[in-house]
Design a protein around this ligand. Structure first.
Ligand SMILES: *Cc1c(COP(=O)(O)O)cnc(C)c1O
Length: 397
């Protein structure tokens, strides 16, 4: 091997030794509870397709119809000639859905977060983020060159103290709405009051709340009835409950125009496929019209939580479709995940650096396409494996 490969291989070997090595599963067919993985049909509990819209026939036919009308690719960036009527209509519908003045589409959530944070903050500013925020928010904060603060998870007293101490020009407070690896939620009302009292701007990334939470699927903003004034910067992604791909930012006219002018991950990239935008318009209407999907999900969540409680499993506190079982050590989490796989069940072990050291877990996610017999199969398997959850926590190297 040449010297680059030797150096890289040493780091890869080290990752494997600490049980942190990642492997990709290759599946075929649609994202459904029974997932076809390498010739096997596995009962999967790891998809973010919470409402079962990714393979919904109405969404799929909107995609194919629009592909005949617009073609496949966006063809250019939005500011050159890639901004289609499909994108524009979806933006207007997202603004109406969230009760905001304007909406702006991005290619994905990672880029939306990078774009918003870097367009709004510079070296003389300060960013305050919940310690458990999604990696894309953290990376946006680092790229902005603003002073970077991470407050303890959901600890708004500490946040408030730091806001009071800060001499920064602009202050941006950033939090997940629903925390992606924990399933708990930010307290938007408290957070909003703290921000308003200290002249800070609040940004919420509700990738996992949209579609799942709120009477109409409006996420944490709807649950807390947070207006544009209370929650001025709101992000949603389209790859989770919407079942398509892409992301959006909603807020004031001035916010959206600022992003169009200054957000580099918006400007210097090809627009989302217009056919995806058309498919998303249909999934947005289904999110609002088909409340049964959320009701089914809530019933499944309650059933799973009861089942875990009866088995005395270390379920983390969450009332969202993200229902993680705390394990601790990475090796142990992998062991349980492998044992489930042998029983035909797919639940991924989530390990550092995605979660803090010593907090590896099995992240169970539920979707409206699961049914109670699926949950019985999972609970039976977990019951057999229950002793593995109480092993002493391994030392992290
Ligand atoms: C998934 C996720 C993202 C990234 O969205 P993509 O569209 O998949 O790039 C951003 N933020 C949170 C909280 C997420 O869970």
């Amino acid at each position: 091997m040449n010297s680059m490969d030797l150096i890289l291989q040493a780091a890869l070997d080290e990752r494997a030794l600490s049980h942190l090595y990642r492997r990709r599963l290759t599946h075929s067919g649609p994202q459904k509870p029974l997932l076809q993985v390498e010739g096997e049909s596995l009962l999967a509990f790891c998809s973010n397709d919470y409402l079962g819209l990714a393979a919904d026939l109405q969404v799929v036919s909107a995609l194919t119809r629009a592909a005949y009308e617009y073609g496949c690719g966006g063809g250019a960036s939005h500011l050159v000639c890639g901004h289609s009527q499909a994108h524009h209509q979806l933006e207007e519908e997202l603004a109406a859905f969230t009760g905001r003045e304007r909406a702006l589409l991005f290619s994905n959530g990672y880029m939306a977060n990078m774009g918003v944070i870097t367009a709004l903050t510079h070296a003389s500013d300060a960013i305050f983020q919940d310690k458990l925020n999604h990696a894309s928010l953290i990376d946006g904060g680092l790229l902005s060159r603003a002073t970077f603060n991470r407050y303890p998870h959901l600890n708004y007293d500490v946040l408030e103290k730091r806001l009071i101490q800060s001499q920064a020009n602009r202050k941006l407070v950033v939090s997940d709405g629903v925390f992606s690896m924990d399933g708990d939620t930010a307290e938007i009302d408290r957070l909003s009051r703290v921000c308003q009292s200290h002249n800070a701007w609040l940004m919420i990334d509700d990738a996992h709340g949209f579609g799942c939470l709120g009477e109409n699927g409006g996420g944490v903003a709807e649950v807390y009835r947070a207006s544009q004034a209370q929650l001025p910067i709101l992000i949603g992604t389209l790859g989770k409950a919407f079942g398509t791909s892409g992301a959006f930012v909603v807020g004031s006219h001035a916010l959206i125009e600022t992003l169009i002018q200054f957000a580099r991950p918006y400007i210097y990239t090809t627009s989302l496929s217009p056919a995806i935008a058309e498919a998303t318009r249909v999934s947005l209407s289904l999110i609002q019209a088909e409340g049964w999907r959320r009701q089914k999900l809530q019933a499944l969540i309650a059933y799973f939580k009861n089942g875990c409680q009866a088995l005395n499993l270390p379920l983390m506190p969450s009332s969202t479709p993200i229902q993680p079982l705390q394990v601790g050590g990475s090796q142990q989490a992998l062991k349980i995940s492998h044992a489930l796989r042998e029983k035909g069940i797919l639940v991924t072990a989530i390990r550092p650096p995605t979660v803090p050291d010593g907090q590896s877990r099995l992240r169970v996610t539920l979707t409206a396409l699961h049914d109670f017999t699926h949950l019985d199969r999972l609970l039976d398997a977990l019951s057999d494996l229950a002793p593995l959850f109480v092993e002493p926590v391994e030392r992290q190297s």
